[in-house]
Design a binder for this molecule. Structure first.
Ligand code: PLP
Length: 397
């Protein structure tokens, strides 16, 4: 008996592995670990959303739903996409899933034949490569560089396109870099893609979390001719602090919709009605907490940027969005001949700060570690103080 080769391509998600390890250290030592490993807002879900869910449960909304999602939520999503991106999407083309992550897998399974190529950002969200591998495809990493603010460039993309390119994954705002793709570059990227037969998966899960005044979220799907070839994914996890609710969605071109829906239907069947009703309250309700959360993230972004750049041997450019600090630790790694994985391990075991090695996100991340700043300012200060002390003592530059 043997596990399939495809399955071996899937990696466990590093953030969940480090979280388990950090919790084990907490249990064993009784020490407080500062959790900066997982990308999850530390705020409760806004009350209006919780109330809508409770009411739905009391109203008996506890049964199977249509595989594509309930019409009311799909309509709310279509209106939201019009309002936020200016895109006209028929509610019939909105596919609702248990979290946005399932859409990454469903898209790969729907489009990739064994041996097909999929271009993925490097550094990038690890499940992209896992899903491509599970579908039998080959990931082609597209390097993103700190020097140009982690812009994915049309020029860089064009060099990697071959007749086997089936899928191109883009992500803005980005995990793990905090980079935001500019409208200007996305327009050039669209021109390159239009010359191919490739489908685009646009991961816009952090679309509402942009802090720099000069940048605004821009979706590649809003460029004429792109909606027809783009799976535009977004979801409730990050903006509304609804990670545990597992609710995501995509705008899917009509010609692909039923095939994608079949994959969702054959895996999770459908999404609970009560979470989708809560999703309507999120997209259409008042929810003042959402702006408050954004404000906190924006302030934490300023704070971590200042604190990290004050630690000798560590530096970062200012993230524009999402809630991650992608920190360059190359001077330390080179001087002490260690990897980012061993430095992240030392941060956890010696300074009791959990973060991720940049190499988890691809080889371009080898000289980096990622801190999630979706945690309180007090914890960010405590975490960076502990790291500064450790680095000054054990890894002086
Ligand atoms: N895409 C990116 C870039 C993410 O960082 C995450 C979660 O960390 C997801 C997708 C998955 O989000 P969801 O909770 O909707 O599955």
């Amino acid at each position: 008996m043997k596990i399939s080769e495809r399955t071996k391509h899937a990696k466990a998600e590093g953030a969940f592995e480090v979280l388990a390890k950090a919790q084990e250290i907490e249990r064993r030592t009784g020490k407080k670990v500062v959790h900066m490993e997982i990308g999850e807002p530390d705020f409760p879900t806004p009350q209006g959303i919780i109330d809508a869910c409770k009411k739905a449960l009391d109203d008996g909304k506890t049964h199977y739903t249509p595989a594509g999602g309930i019409p009311e939520f799909r309509t709310a999503v279509a209106k939201h996409l019009k309002k936020t991106r200016g895109i006209d999407v028929d509610p019939e083309n909105v596919l609702v899933t248990s979290g946005g992550k399932l859409l990454i897998y469903s898209t790969c399974v729907a489009f990739i034949e064994p041996g097909d190529e999929c271009i993925v950002p490097d550094p990038g969200y690890p499940p992209y490569q896992s899903a491509v591998g599970l579908a039998g495809g080959i990931s082609i990493p597209l390097p993103l560089n700190e020097e140009n603010g982690y812009q994915l460039t049309a020029e860089g993309l064009e060099k990697l396109i071959t007749p086997k390119t089936k899928l191109i994954i883009i992500n803005t705002p980005q995990n793990p870099t905090g980079g935001v793709l500019s409208r200007n570059e996305l327009e050039k990227i669209a021109e390159v893609i239009k010359k191919t037969n490739a489908v685009v998966f646009s991961d816009e899960i952090y679309s509402d979390l942009i802090y720099s005044n000069e940048d605004k979220h821009f979706s590649i799907a809003s460029i004429p001719g792109m909606l027809e070839r783009t799976i535009l994914m977004d979801g409730m996890s990050k903006t509304y602090s609804m990670t545990g609710w597992r609710l995501g969605y995509a705008a899917v071109p009509a010609k692909f919709y039923n095939s994608m829906k079949k994959i969702v239907n054959n895996t999770v069947s459908c999404c609970p009605a009560f979470t989708q009703i809560a999703g309507i309250a999120a997209l259409e309700g008042d929810n003042p907490e959402v702006h408050q959360m954004w404000k906190h993230f924006s302030e934490r972004c300023d704070l971590i940027y200042k604190l990290v750049n004050d630690i000798p041997g560590m530096s970062m450019i200012k993230p524009k969005g999402a809630f991650y600090a992608f920190v360059n630790v190359k001077p330390i790694l080179e001087k002490y001949s260690i990897t980012s994985a061993s430095l992240a391990q030392a941060f956890l075991e010696k300074a009791y700060v959990a973060c991720l090695s940049g190499s988890i996100f691809g080889s371009q991340g080898d000289n980096y570690v990622r801190f999630s700043y979706a945690t309180s300012k007090e914890d960010i200060k405590l975490g960076m103080d502990r790291i500064k002390e450790l680095v000054t003592k054990e890894y002086p530059i």
